[in-house]
Ligand binder design. Structure first.
Ligand SMILES: [Cu+2]
Length: 248
């Protein structure tokens, strides 16, 4: 391999890694909108392909300059195709609009009857930054026998909205949500719903104590159980290094 080839190879490698890191970090994206007749019906499908819109993302409206324009409006303006008197129309044909706040945004074309008769309008739901996290039970070991889950659980911080992910071989184990007594004594409650997919996700919906066990064979007695305290996700008073609350 010549040194030039090697250089190109390394260059591509670095770029690939950079893109992968950017995607993993949820870096703001630019989402193209083909701004044309019937975009109202076209857009949702192409938008769904991108997943949820996040604060920081940017919309790029593409069209032939002079043919159309882009005006941000309110809900009423969107539904009734009303161009506000003081509206600032974007007209470049490659108009970029940064989504800076969460909530619903509305855009219409202000030329002729394009909005009313040709469905040149879109609605975009922008999600705010989320502090909910995915918590993989047992890290890379997953949900398995002969792993002591309580120490693992004690190392985590659980809050309402967080998602627990149980990974295991389907059929080998399952996941049952239980109370503290059932957790301690490995009792499968008579009325229960077991998760059995092998990749089970549980969103923590309420604050307080909750336990999880495997209801198969001796799984629970062999350590497949843990009990956690779910926080309410509200800001806490500062805690000193010794773990005591600071009283002012
Ligand atoms: Cu138009």
């Amino acid at each position: 391999m010549g040194s030039k080839t090697l250089c190109i190879f390394i260059f591509i490698l670095i770029q690939t890694i950079a893109i992968a890191i950017a995607q993993a970090a949820g870096t703001p994206r630019t989402i193209e909108v083909l701004w044309r007749f019937n975009v109202l019906t076209d857009f949702p499908a192409s938008a769904a392909h991108h997943g949820e819109f996040q604060v920081g993302d940017e919309l790029l409206f593409k069209y032939l300059p002079g043919k159309h324009n882009v005006i941000e409006v309110d809900k009423n303006g969107f539904e009734n195709c009303i161009v506000p008197p003081a509206a600032k129309a974007l007209t470049s044909g490659e108009d970029r609009i940064k989504l800076t706040t969460p909530g619903t945004k509305w855009f219409i074309c202000g030329i002729g009857p394009h909005c009313k008769d040709h469905a040149m309008k879109i609605q975009v739901d922008v999600k705010g930054p989320s502090n909910h996290k995915d918590i993989i039970v047992g890290y890379e070991y997953g949900w398995t026998k002969n792993y002591n889950y309580q120490p693992w659980a004690n190392e985590q911080i659980f809050n309402v909205g967080d998602k627990l992910v149980f990974n295991y071989k389907k059929g080998k184990h399952n996941v049952i949500q239980v109370d503290e007594t059932s957790y301690k004594q490995c009792i499968v409650p008579p009325k229960h719903e077991a998760l059995t997919s092998g990749h089970d996700e549980v969103i923590l919906k309420a604050p307080g104590g909750v336990g999880f066990i495997s209801g198969i064979g001796k799984d629970c007695k062999k350590g497949m159980k843990f009990f956690i305290n779910v926080g309410d996700n509200k800001p806490k008073p500062p805690v000193s290094k010794t773990g005591r609350k600071i009283v002012s």
